[in-house]
Design a binder for this molecule. Sequence first.
Ligand code: MCA
Ligand code: AMP
Length: 491
Amino acid sequence: MLQLVENAKSYSQEIAIIEKEKSFTYQNLLDRSKEIAGFLLKNKSDLSESPVAFMVSPGFDYVATQWGIWQAGGIAVPLCITYPLPSLQYVIEDTGATIILVGDEYEEILKNYKNDTTKILVKISQIAASDVAQLPEIDKSRGAMILYTSGTTSLPKGVLTTHSNIESQITTLVKAWEWTSDDYILEILPLHHVHGIINVLCCALWSGATVEFLNQFDAKEVFKIFLQGKLNVFMAVPTIYFKLIAEWEKLAEEEQKILHQAMANFRLMISGSAALPVSVMEKWKEISGHYLLERYGMTEIGMAVSNPYHGERRAGHIGQPLPGVQLRTVDEEGNEISKEEAGEIQIKGPSVFKEYWGKPEATAKSFTEDGWFKTGDIAVLEEGYYRILGRDSIDIIKSGGYKISALEIEEVLRKHPAIKDCGVVGIPNEEWGELVVAALVTGQNLDTDQLNTWIRERMPAYKTPRKYIFIQDLPRNTMGKVTKNELKQLF
Ligand code: MCA
Ligand code: AMP
């Protein structure tokens, strides 16, 4: 996404990043990212779309590393900083990355790679100034980033986007949401997904705005930063708005009043990644004075549908297709239907990803013959605004804004020596959207705390089931398939 780096040159002395009260200018970013690119290139003239994995905390180093990989001609593969080793290994092995860049604090978890002769593990703090003769010319059609997303297959798939896809995802939003260099946003979202990377980080830096980082979400800390009066844009998932409302309710009336005034000065507050409950939208309006702008997107397509920046933001609805996005709805046979009937959303446009990394069959299956991407989300147009009705697969769960595959969790659970069989489903939950829960068929009673510890060594915490039931047999249909709707009823 080299236009992003080009743009930075015209803002060189402006503040790009604030991290732990330290400020970094766009020039700092340009200089450091060039050093990282120089290190990656060494004696090569171009990384030629080799994937480079990086595990770096949110902040200046993260952005400099991402830009460094891009300028050296590599594909950026951000690793989730809270993943346990097996989840990290899966991404590293699946992409085939041979270079892994780490922040000092993540060297320990990846230490096994030090003895792996096929990989190079490098601490970014050890990358010094280097002589870069020339950076390669990079065509926009080349691969730029791989992000992992869960789906209807048991293992997550790498979504490859090109520089051109990313540029389109950014410019669409910069225009629609009227980003400018005067903007100042707080970054609290994980930086291995589109919401944090594109909507927050890249849109802000494209525009010459300032991004302040908070390493980990904490409602009290977020409100403290709101009160400093510097922010004017905020983006989060519905769970975060829910948690902020809960924190607000603990405040004294006077504190609420001051906070309300601080929030009234924002120009824009956005929610996405999961359905925003109408109750949360209404409560947020009451406490902040803002109608949240809800939008809809997906790792494979960037943002596709948005409520308007100017005009009515309708609760329970995702809005209209963004400029440049073609949207149609189809029935179960794949025939295009009237938008006023419920059907699957299919998308075409320059923001749509190139392919699932190393999975040509999955890529082919996810597109129609005439090039529409099948989202699996069911929607209907109501008086000019789309509304999401659900998904075509019960095995996809959205919890805390994360997309989670029930099948992936089941596969891990089945590896536990005491679990003979299991079924994982998502049940509705006000705070998390859906809660991951599991029905277990075991020969004996299991200590669920011990089970959780066992799971967390193998999967990220957000994929850990939050409730268990122990049953004799899973409910099945006459074909022997587990009937997940029936399973849901058991919780
Ligand atoms: C964590 N906890 C949970 C869950 N996650 N409990 C139930 N369900 C969950 N999903 C528990 C933890 O185990 C812990 O409890 C306690 O909550 C606090 O954990 P922690 O990890 O600190 O949680 P948090 O920091 O409060 O996290 C909540 C969060 C986080 C900030 C909402 O989930 C988050 O960052 N979500 C955003 C994900 C995102 O960016 N998605 C975008 C995907 P205990 O201590 O007992 O263990 S991109 C996308 O979807 C598309 C493109 C789009 O449209 O944007
Ligand atoms: P991910 O694969 O993590 O990128 O998640 C994308 C999915 O999140 C979409 O396919 C939708 O199911 C869901 N999603 C994103 N935004 C919204 C929204 N505003 N309302 C409902 N679902 C959403």
